[in-house]
Design a protein. Structure first.
Length: 217
């Protein structure tokens, strides 16, 4: 019995310390949560018209396997698609090393390789977004968001291939939509969170889920 109580207390302590910058917790909170995903994408991409049609269920978290024998695959934190056919990989990273630019390149390639079937035109390749939300400012310029798109170096013109990589500075604290969003991602409780789409999910897992866990012992 003492061992059971100790297990319960340790489980609840770990749950209490989690926030949306923890990938497992973030994945659960965004579980088939279209409204939360639309909110995040609207703020990060500075839009107001996002219409997400699907967010992968977290129990079958989207795994993309490399077609090469023995090739490395990836497991996405949040995988979503909108009505325009654009795909979104949203990742949270606690450590700076987890947001390595080569990882962003690899994730982007894995999204793209599954868009076309035999006989499809290359021009049918839709836009894809890989979004890293990082606890620290990994780029180091003090900005809230960094967009990495290909350009022609000689002219500065957009390459226009539809590939987008975005880094979001999770330490940003200004009173702005992205600053408030990152405040909510850092918060360990639903109290004081700005966005109900996120607060409701955090409250569910922190309070309702907490009570359900307690009732099992």
């Amino acid at each position: 019995m003492a061992e059971t109580i100790q297990y319960k207390e340790e489980t609840l302590r770990i749950l209490d310390e989690l926030c949306l910058l923890d990938d497992d917790f973030m994945t659960m909170a965004f579980d088939e949560n279209i409204k939360a995903t639309e909110l995040l994408l609207n703020i990060v991409l500075k839009r107001d018209d996002m219409e997400v049609i699907r967010v992968e269920k977290h129990e079958v978290q989207k795994e993309m396997k490399n077609p090469l024998v023995g090739g490395r695959g990836i497991r996405l934190d949040v995988y979503a698609k909108d009505y325009g056919g654009r795909t979104y990989d949203i990742e949270v990273q606690q450590s700076d090393s987890g947001a390595d630019v080569h990882r962003a390149r690899f994730n982007s390639a894995m999204l793209d390789i599954r868009m076309l079937k035999a006989g499809d035109k290359f021009s049918d390749l839709n836009e894809s977004y890989v979004i890293f939300i990082t606890r620290n400012d990994v780029v180091g310029a003090g900005l809230p968001i960094y967009h990495a798109d290909r350009v022609f170096k000689e002219t500065g013109a957009d390459f226009g291939d539809g590939n987008h990589i975005v880094y979001v500075n999770g330490s940003y604290t200004a009173d702005s939509p992205i600053g408030r969003l990152m405040h909510d991602f850092r918060s360990q409780t639903a109290d004081g969170m700005y966005y109900s789409e996120l607060a409701d999910q955090v409250r569910f897992y922190k309070e309702i889920g907490n009570c359900e866990t307690s009732s099992q012992f």
